[in-house]
Design a protein around this ligand. Structure first.
Ligand code: FDA
Length: 307
């Protein structure tokens, strides 16, 4: 029951101010968002890649309110890409972006977000890597898929995320499971109404398996975004029966969650990409991580009380 309450708080400005200002918050936040600046995150990039892991990097932020903030978000990615260049990691370090951070919800936001993200995709291509468009709440997805399609005309390797909890996703997966596409499947992290999304965990898990089967049997490149041990085992089995080799799909997990599993899968020869978020505007990202596991909230509340 706590999850929906926390997700509602993730959209509250008052809660944002309260939680962001609490002095102990940072220690808990650091587990999921291990840096605020490029200088702080680059050693983490080196450590993960030295240990055989790959990355998708997220400069945290969403729901901006002015075109200038959208440009600043774009520039933060451009700076990151510039700083990654000498490391020559290529697609071992790709980017994940949220279009709401690039202005998608502003007037004329579809075009603005497309223009901003295009610059990031171009810069990423110049250093031999790519970009995946994160999936936000269901009202943003038609625009996200249209931008994805537009970008793929020039940069076919641009990826996107689909969310198993949405009824629409099985159809989206059939469309996207085509040659050359890169699709990350996740359960879904937003508070969605019963008209558009499954509400029960077992329904979401069953949908995840159906959609994953579609992706595995299709011609694209599936990216399995989950920490769920049952789904990871099913994904391995589906990949095997679809005749996929180890480099024809990949696992993805979030930084700070089940890290031992990242290393176990990489040691088995799987491609394992760690979604690594950094930056100062971490509130929405952090609250979704709390909502996914109530034990995180208890830990957070305890540190507020004992400090
Ligand atoms: P589930 O929630 O059932 O968790 C399985 C197990 O993993 C738990 O029992 C626990 O051990 C561990 N775990 C999971 N979450 C945890 C947490 N926060 N803290 C501690 N332990 C935790 N969503 C979205 O809507 N749009 C997006 O673009 C993305 N992008 C994305 C990228 C990547 C790489 C991942 C892994 C996930 C996302 N998500 C996302 C989030 C996703 O929708 C989902 O909320 C989380 O992955 C949690 O779901 P699981 O599949 O891990 O299963």
């Amino acid at each position: 029951m706590l999850g929906p309450v926390i997700l509602a708080a993730s959209r509250s400005d008052r809660m944002r101010r309260l939680i962001s200002a609490a002095p102990v918050t940072k220690q808990v936040v650091d587990r999921f968002i291990p840096g605020e600046t490029v200088d702080e995150i680059l050693p983490i990039v080196r450590e993960l890649t030295d240990n055989g892991l790959e990355l998708t990097m997220d400069v945290v932020g969403e729901d901006i309110t002015t075109p200038e903030q959208a440009e600043a978000a774009r520039d933060a990615y451009l700076e990151l890409i510039d700083r990654l260049k000498p490391l020559e990691l290529g697609e071992r370090a790709e980017m994940s972006v949220k279009l709401s951070m690039f202005g998608q919800a502003l007037p004329g936001g579809h075009e603005l977000a497309l223009a901003n993200v295009r610059r990031v995709v171009e810069a990423a291509a110049e250093i031999g890597t790519t970009v995946t468009l994160d999936a936000e709440d269901h009202t943003t997805l038609d625009s996200m898929f249209a931008i994805h399609e537009e970008l793929r005309k020039d940069f076919p390797q641009t990826g996107c995320v689909i969310q198993a909890y949405l009824f629409r996703t099985e159809e989206d997966a059939r469309r996207l499971a085509a040659a050359g596409s890169r699709v990350r499947l996740v359960k879904g992290a937003y508070k969605e109404p019963a008209e558009v999304a499954y509400q029960q965990k077992h329904e979401i898990d069953k949908a995840y398996v159906r959609i994953l089967r579609t992706l595995m049997e299709g011609e694209g490149y599936p990216m399995i975004g989950s920490h769920d041990p049952r789904l990871i085992a099913i994904a391995q089995e589906l990949a095997r029966t679809a005749g996929r080799k180890l480099d024809e799909y990949e696992f993805q997990m979030l930084y700070g969650i089940r890290s031992e599993e990242h290393h176990r899968l990489a040691a088995e020869g799987h491609r394992m990409r760690v979604y690594t978020a950094y930056g100062t505007d971490w509130y929405g990202y952090f609250m979704r991580r709390l909502a996914e596991k109530p034990a995180n909230l208890r830990f957070f509340a305890r540190s507020m009380i004992t400090k």
